[in-house]
Ligand binder design. Structure first.
Ligand SMILES: Cc1cc2nc3c(=O)[nH]c(=O)nc-3n(C[C@H](O)[C@H](O)[C@H](O)COP(=O)(O)OP(=O)(O)OC[C@H]3O[C@@H](n4cnc5c(N)ncnc54)[C@H](O)[C@@H]3O)c2cc1C
Length: 458
């Protein structure tokens, strides 16, 4: 068998694999990348980019609906769902081509097919024409991402029980949609479909929607807004059974109720994409959710094989995947690495948006940190009024002994942009006074950071 040799091989061209490959190439390595599906990974094809595009369309619709208040009379409008999906696909295609061109320009060898380990240094790539390409390298980086969990009981009704992998390929919007799982993905889809007129039921076994680790004041506002947006939430129940009747799904819930819908979105978590890799053969360990076990340098049980991004199961965000890709490449080539993960921003693109970094107040309490806090409500801000988005707040948590910011939590307009100023301050150990001394442009949402910082008592 003929084997092509490289310094490093990266499996998977999502944010983690791409940033890793580009950093390695910049450092002079001879690189191959292997991708079994479309370039760009989940983020570009079935994640961040298409969902935020759809949520942006939802936000646009929200503005149309309230245009009257602004003195604009919109007499009629119609949603063309298949055109929305076409538009989404066109945006994705532009970026896929961009990645392909980057790989070409950078002279990175690209193999299209599913990679599988033959031994610790050799991979077989099964290509679409059934031929097999053999590649070997001193160093291999696994960046194969994650897939939505799909319980076996729904496999007989795959046309009705969708996931984030295929719901954005529907050509017609469901009239009634049940979303099982009210985490980040479930909530984002709930907002989009609700805005385009679908009747949405957001179901979770937890007592509340968005049962994740976020600051309690932010969570309270989130719950208030979800109600204001008239999304139907059903909590503390699970789906006991289902049947398909007259082309709709009848969900029987654990509280005795039943619900008839056209489609169901399963948003109940993700598991590492390790199918095909043949990890057992080379002794690489993974946990019960198929996330590969690594040390702090991203090394697997085989020290020359690394795992980064979603498949390593740490953050499940694109920007952290890309940061891990860059960091692992720098570790491999011995470049001094300055990547800091202590103030990684987390974001949710609902209406209003959520963003946070650092510790929640509860975590500060649990860690027995001597902290102080400040909260500023966005309704006090001119820019929030000019945008017509006055719901929300900014909250700072500051170490009372050092005056360093240890947490920031934002819900409101532009939250997903504002958070980066705070990330920069935290990464560079700036005291809260640095934000209090900002001369933020007026009127801007950034003034909220300045005002909140000024509210921290001395
Ligand atoms: C609906 C949704 C919305 C999201 N929104 C956001 C958001 O707004 N912001 C954010 O930061 N994150 C978001 N995410 C998460 C984000 O998409 C992921 O964290 C990110 O894509 C992970 O990057 P990755 O490179 O680790 O994996 P992926 O992007 O999943 O890329 C892995 C690649 O490996 C390929 N692959 C798998 N197995 C093999 C194999 N054997 N051989 C060759 N190739 C293989 C896959 O085809 C895939 O292209 C969202 C996710 C979802 C599902």
């Amino acid at each position: 068998m003929e084997t092509k040799k490289f310094d490093c091989i990266v499996i998977g061209v999502g944010p983690a694999g791409l940033s890793c490959a580009l950093t390695l190439k910049n450092a002079g390595k001879n690189i191959a990348v292997i991708e079994s599906a479309e370039l760009g990974g989940t983020c570009l094809n079935r994640g961040c980019i298409p969902t935020t595009l759809l949520l942006n369309i939802g936000e646009f619709l929200k503005k149309i609906k309230s245009a009257n208040t602004l003195g604009i009379e919109i007499l009629d409008y119609k949603i063309n769902f298949s055109k929305i999906i076409e538009y989404k696909n066109s945006v994705i295609n532009i970026h896929r081509k961009g990645i392909w061109q980057t790989l070409k320009n950078q002279k990175i060898s690209y193999f299209s097919g599913a990679a599988s380990f033959i031994d610790e240094h050799t991979l077989a790539v099964a290509q679409s024409d059934n031929s097999i390409e053999y590649l070997s390298a001193d160093i291999i980086i696994i960046a194969t991402g994650a897939k939505p969990a799909y319980p076996a009981e729904f496999t007989n009704a795959r046309n009705y029980f969708l996931t984030s992998e295929n719901i954005m390929d529907l050509t017609e919007a469901p009239k009634r949609l049940a979303i099982i799982g009210a985490g980040v993905t479930g909530c984002e889809f709930a907002y989009f479909f609700n805005e385009i007129g679908t009747i949405v039921y957001l179901i979770d076994t937890a007592e509340t929607s968005l049962p994740i680790k976020i600051d309690s004041e932010i969570h309270q506002i989130f719950i208030r807004e979800i109600k204001k947006n008239k999304i139907n939430t059903i909590n503390a129940v699970s789906v006991s059974s289902y049947s398909i009747e007259n082309e709709s799904v009848l969900l029987n819930l654990s509280n005795g109720d039943s619900l008839a819908v056209d489609k169901v979105l399963l948003a109940i978590g993700r598991a590492g994409s390790i199918a095909n890799l043949n990890l057992e053969k080379i002794g690489i360990k993974y946990n019960h959710k198929n996330f590969i076990e690594t040390n702090e340098k991203y090394q697997t049980a085989q020290k020359h094989i690394y795992a980064i991004g979603d498949v390593a199961g740490k953050y499940l965000y694109a920007h952290t995947a890309a940061a891990e890709g860059k960091q692992v490449a720098e570790i491999i080539v011995g470049i001094r690495d300055n990547t800091k993960f202590n103030a990684v921003p987390f974001t949710i693109f609902t209406y209003p948006e959520l963003a946070w970094c650092g510790l929640t107040e509860q975590e500060a309490i649990d860690k027995k940190i001597n902290y102080k806090k400040s909260i500023y409500h966005l309704r006090g801000l001119g820019r929030a009024h000019t945008l017509g988005e006055i719901s929300g707040l900014v909250k700072f948590i500051v170490d009372a002994d050092t005056e360093l910011i240890i947490g920031c939590h934002i819900i409101g307009a532009r939250a997903t942009e504002l958070i980066h100023t705070v990330q920069l301050a935290m990464n560079n150990n700036l005291k809260i006074s640095a934000l209090a001394e900002l001369i933020a442009a007026h009127p801007s949402m950034s003034e909220a950071l300045m005002e909140t910082a000024r509210l921290i008592e001395d």
